[in-house]
Design a protein around this ligand. Structure first.
Ligand code: PMP
Length: 304
């Protein structure tokens, strides 16, 4: 659980609304049917003393793709949403920010035959500090990942997170940091809100999109950074037991960055966490988000 730290305004359907006034009606369609899509984006302090959003365009493109799965036409262009995001962050005063765009169906009708024309868009940004660096202990979840043919995890839809929250809450209750979810066929899928990587004999393996994952932007970044560092990468279905035979394991996500995993179901990885590949990729990721060494200029959108 992470507590919200309120900012001054929230952007709602094209205008800035005071944080405490950013409300919806209790009969908002998405509240009843889970039909909404969202993003989790971060602005990090950069080496030039500013603040920059990491891969903003890629996050907004994924938001549009998620909305397309659920047949919602976002009535704002990516340029408009990008400008609103950076303005909201710049207005917030210094410090790292987490940004949450949400596309949902508003008030006005009720029923499973949703009114898809009632699309609403909101953007919020609030203060977000890095968590202290530590490795995680994972538990294989008894909850299987949604299949891409049921509630597709490739779209970042609010309702799909019932699956993630069931797994995360069970893992926390059992004393672990996160759940590792399997597909119904028993392949490795992902964490509750993070992609998973297995390192064995110097090769980086990660499950493919078919195996119930969200195509993470941190995942894509880490794959790029690994290739640039000459680390072989493979996106392929992984058997559950392959995680038990890993030299190194780590998970990735916008909120958490690159987090080393020390054990799965209390079975430690062959190398103590963080292993050398994990540590190298964690450092390379940190350098990319802070502008110290960012492979592509369009990965950073300055906020002021
Ligand atoms: N999988 C799930 C289910 C997630 O919620 C997230 C967090 N957005 C990720 C993976 C990691 O994605 P990203 O690196 O784009 O944050």
């Amino acid at each position: 659980m992470s507590a919200l730290s309120p900012a001054e305004h929230i952007w709602m359907d094209g205008r800035l609304v005071a944080w405490d006034e950013a409300k919806v009606h209790v009969l908002t369609q998405s509240l009843h049917y889970g039909w909404a899509v969202y993003e989790g984006i971060r602005a990090h302090p950069t080496t030039d003393g500013g603040l920059a959003v990491f891969r903003l365009r890629d996050h907004l493109a994924r938001l549009v793709r998620s909305a397309r799965v659920y047949q919602m036409d976002i009535p704002y262009s990516a340029d408009e949403l990008a400008a609103a995001t950076t303005e909201l962050i710049a207005a917030g005063g210094g410090g790292p920010r987490y940004v949450r765009p949400l596309v949902y169906l508003g008030y006005g009708s009720m029923g499973v035959a949703l009114d898809l024309s009632a699309v609403r868009v909101t953007l919020a940004a609030w203060a977000w500090e890095d968590q202290p660096a530590r490795s995680w202990r994972l538990m294989t979840s008894s909850w299987r990942r949604n299949h891409q043919d049921t509630i597709p995890p490739l779209a970042k839809a609010t309702g799909a997170y019932l699956n993630s929250s069931l797994a995360k809450l069970a893992a926390l209750r059992a004393g672990y940091d996160d759940a590792l979810m399997l597909t119904s066929a028993g392949h490795l899928s992902e964490g509750s809100a993070a992609n998973v990587f297995v390192v064995r004999s110097g090769v980086l393996h990660t499950p493919p999109v078919q195996d119930g994952i969200l195509p993470g932007i941190t995942r894509a970044t880490v794959l790029d950074l690994a290739r640039a560092a000459g680390i072989p990468t493979l996106e392929r279905p992984l058997a559950h037991a392959e995680a038990y035979t890993a030299d190194e394991l780590f998970v990735t996500g916008t909120a958490i960055g690159v987090v080393p995993v020390e054990s799965l179901d209390d079975r430690p990885t062959a190398l103590p966490a963080p292993g050398p590949v994990t540590a190298a990729l964690r450092d390379a990721y940190q350098d990319a988000v802070t502008g110290k060494n960012t492979p592509s200029a369009d990965w950073l959108t300055p906020c002021r």
